[in-house]
Design a protein around this ligand. Structure first.
Ligand code: XMP
Length: 326
């Protein structure tokens, strides 16, 4: 039997009880596969890698080594949450790599979107590889591959943007959720005790805020993306929209517009609010948001985010527009 094909008899995991049964079964299988060896896992804080980490912690504890690479393009509070959940609450073996300067230096002056994606993907591999080489006795590589990854891209975790590890660093793969759909991974994550913010996280691109700080990334404009995004997320959560709208974020383009600040002419960035509903990201519609909510978010961004003098709400569906700005 092809172990990459979901058997027809496999029951869809929709309840906590079914999740508990899956977890118990996987713990046994993981212990059998891994024995007393070590497993390495790139832990982004996304739902898939977080669920794999939590499963492996239950199965083999400190034999799991998680590596969290902060490439400077994560959302506000994300690295802190990964450290808090996995190191502080789950007592995991977690290596936190602050690679912010490394990534931003490499990206300086690069405006082409695909070149940016390539740099981020290649640098991620390099950092991960460097960390892997510092460790002894790793024989397994954990991966958050899920069933749609197998169906869509020959088993390659497409959105990780990784090209693979070098020959001398080949590990046996450990992919405990590879036959699960996203909704099932979330049910398992909930049963494993992961926080809702992680379990119900909206899709987030591998290149992170890098594709929302359009053109050549600068640190100040990247901060404007991060801060405006945090305000948007906070206000959407306050309005009960978290989990109701499929994906939402802000983008800051690499051009300026005029404004007036303290009686003086300002020449600052616009912030674009993007909110979409979608099933599988191939098409998307724009929800009709409450005007008072949009006004509140606008006022907060203008008051709290340095370098911003305009806020826009984007109305374009996909197609023709893509969800991300580049
Ligand atoms: P687009 O912009 O193509 O986005 O309409 C569709 C979905 O994919 C996400 N996205 C990416 N995810 N690496 C990723 O891992 C990428 O380079 C990338 N570009 C877009 C986007 O957030 C949306 O959910």
């Amino acid at each position: 039997m092809d172990c990459n094909v979901r058997p027809e008899s496999m029951i869809r995991i929709t309840t906590p009880e079914l999740a508990e049964a899956f977890i118990a079964e996987q713990i046994e299988l993981l212990r059998k596969q891994i024995g007393d060896k070590k497993v390495l896992l790139a832990l982004s804080g996304g739902v898939d890698s977080s669920v794999v980490a939590a499963l492996l912690i239950k199965a083999v504890g400190k034999q799991l080594v998680c590596v969290h690479v902060n490439h400077g393009l994560l959302r506000k509070g994300e690295p802190e949450q990964v450290i808090d959940v996995f190191r502080n609450q789950m007592d995991a073996n977690l290596i936190y790599v602050d690679a912010v300067d490394r990534f931003l230096d490499k990206l300086a002056g690069v405006a082409d979107p695909e070149a940016k994606r390539k740099i981020i993907g290649a640098e991620f591999i390099r950092v991960f590889e460097e960390e892997a080489r510092k460790l002894d006795g790793i024989e397994f590589l954990g991966q958050g591959t899920i069933y749609p990854d197998i169906l869509e891209s020959d088993g390659v975790k497409a959105h990780h943007n990784v090209g693979g590890l070098p020959e001398d660093l080949q590990f046996e793969l450990v992919e405990p959720v590879k036959l699960l759909y996203k909704d099932e991974v979330r049910v398992v994550g909930k049963a494993l005790g992961l926080p809702d913010g992680m379990v119900y996280r909206q899709p987030f691109p591998g290149p992170g805020l890098g594709v929302r700080c359009t053109g050549a990334i600068t640190r100040d404009r990247l901060e404007a993306v991060r801060e405006s995004d945090a305000i948007l997320r906070e206000e959407f959560a306050n309005a009960g929209l978290q989990g109701q709208i499929w994906q939402y974020f802000t983008s800051v383009p690499d051009y300026r517009a005029t404004g007036i600040r303290d009686g003086k002419r300002a020449y600052d960035w616009p912030v674009i609010i993007r909110a979409v509903n979608s099933v599988d990201a191939t098409s998307a519609t724009v929800p009709e948001l409450d005007w008072a909510l949009l006004k509140k978010i606008t006022d907060r961004i203008l008051a709290e985010v340095p370098g911003v003098c305009r806020v826009l709400y984007e109305l374009s569906p996909k197609p023709i527009s893509t969800i991300e700005w580049e």
